[in-house]
Design a protein around this ligand. Structure first.
Ligand code: AMP
Length: 375
């Protein structure tokens, strides 16, 4: 079944991007690509997936190879906006159109152990870690990494779900059962100063560009606020982030946008995880950068030249979780840009975001405070 698009029709003879996943990330890809004459088609299990507003929506499971082939048929390129897409299903599209980024990035991102081993292999600093395959293995892993530690399910965790903080021996004893008796990664808790992320893009011919480092604030495992450029970063830190991103992108022969979540400690960057897709901490780029992460992802996967990733000034993004604030109140704040994902409100659900742009960091912080008071 193909749901009718709510707005728009396909540009004639232009490229068509098939997107696996139809959430807000897919929707924003569509909103960015459309002015370039690019049409979109989405696959998502939810009949009311929000990307349906910007292109035809095919309803089906993202692990269903037949559905994936259907959405890929006739497309110029296939991409994905969710890292949970099974790699084999993504590969099923390859007979119809190139799949970018290469689905290997999905396999890496879907297993925290594989991901951490890859960081380490590429010389990217990470917290000490060890795998655990049973209850006794958790205790052995803790012996190796020390307490406090975090036990995380190797697969299926997101937004802080599927992980437990281990402070005491009793926590260690409980962790295996509490996390569902599934393979775990145990890692030392990093006493970080703050969380940062780097959003990077690699073109088909292999050019890599990064947006400035972003400072991220989480609550309950969910991103709440991003500030960009991250205040107080040094040129050396920006270069270190660009360097580790380039190593990852090249190793994965990656084409498109990728984000790496980082911890800053004593001026050093430790990698936590990667997202092989456009990322929440890059939403500020829509108004705050010369080229948004969404536009550059579209450009990259279509084999087009990349746009500048320079910041236009100072920006901050605040997520609307569970419900939207009053639109008029937000719009009355100077420099505020309102994004409504048109999703039904539900506790813990990202239903929109607001970006503030400003000429200076002080002005950005004032505007952010004004928005935070109503979000
Ligand atoms: P993750 O699911 O790995 O992205 O973790 C979610 C959040 O938990 C991160 O954004 C951090 O705030 C926190 N966290 C994860 N791993 C660690 C760690 N090794 N040390 C300290 N905090 C962590």
């Amino acid at each position: 079944m193909i749901a009718t698009p709510l707005v728009g029709t396909s540009p004639s003879n232009g490229p068509l991007v098939a997107v696996l996943g139809g959430g807000q990330l897919g929707r924003m890809l569509g909103l960015a690509g459309r002015p370039l004459g690019v049409a979109f088609r989405f696959l998502d299990p939810a009949p009311d997936a929000t990307a349906g507003a910007v292109g035809p929506l095919l309803i089906g499971a993202l692990g269903d190879a037949a559905r994936v082939q259907e959405v890929a048929r006739g497309a110029t390129v296939v991409t994905y906006e969710w890292e949970g897409v099974p790699a084999d299903a993504a590969r099923a599209a390859a007979g119809s159109a190139p799949v970018r980024p290469d689905p290997r990035a999905l396999e890496v991102a879907q297993d925290r152990l594989v991901e951490k081993e890859m960081f380490r292999r590429l010389g990217i600093e990470v917290a000490p870690f060890a795998p655990a395959g049973d209850a006794a293995g958790v205790a052995r892993a803790v012996d190796a990494v020390g307490l406090p530690a975090l036990a995380k399910t190797r697969t299926g965790g997101y937004d802080g779900k599927g992980q437990r903080l281990l402070r005491t021996g009793a926590d260690v004893d409980r962790a295996w059962d509490a996390l569902g008796a599934v393979p775990l990664l145990v890692e030392a808790r990093v006493d970080f100063e703050r969380e940062l992320s780097v959003v990077a893009v690699r073109s088909a011919p292999g050019e890599t560009r990064c947006w400035p480092l972003v400072e991220n604030h989480h609550a309950d495992g969910i991103l709440r606020v991003s500030k960009a450029p991250a205040p107080g970063t040094t040129l050396a830190m920006e270069q270190a982030a660009a360097d580790l991103a380039a190593r990852l992108l090249e190793d994965l022969a990656y084409v498109g946008v990728l984000a790496i979540e980082l911890f800053e400690r004593d001026g050093r960057l430790l990698a936590n995880e990667l997202a092989p897709r456009v990322h929440n901490s890059g939403h500020w780029t829509i108004e705050g950068a010369e080229t948004s992460q969404f536009e550059n992802h579209v450009r990259a996967v279509l084999g087009w030249p990349l746009g500048s990733t320079a910041a236009r000034g100072h920006a901050a993004m605040i997520n609307c979780i569970g419900a939207l604030p009053d639109r008029d109140t937000v719009l009355a704040i100077e420099g505020a840009h309102f994004h409504d994902y048109e999703k039904a409100p539900r506790a813990g659900r990202k239903v929109g975001h607001v970006t503030v742009t400003a000429a200076t960091a002080e002005e950005r912080d004032q505007r952010l405070a004004a928005v935070a008071a109503v979000v």
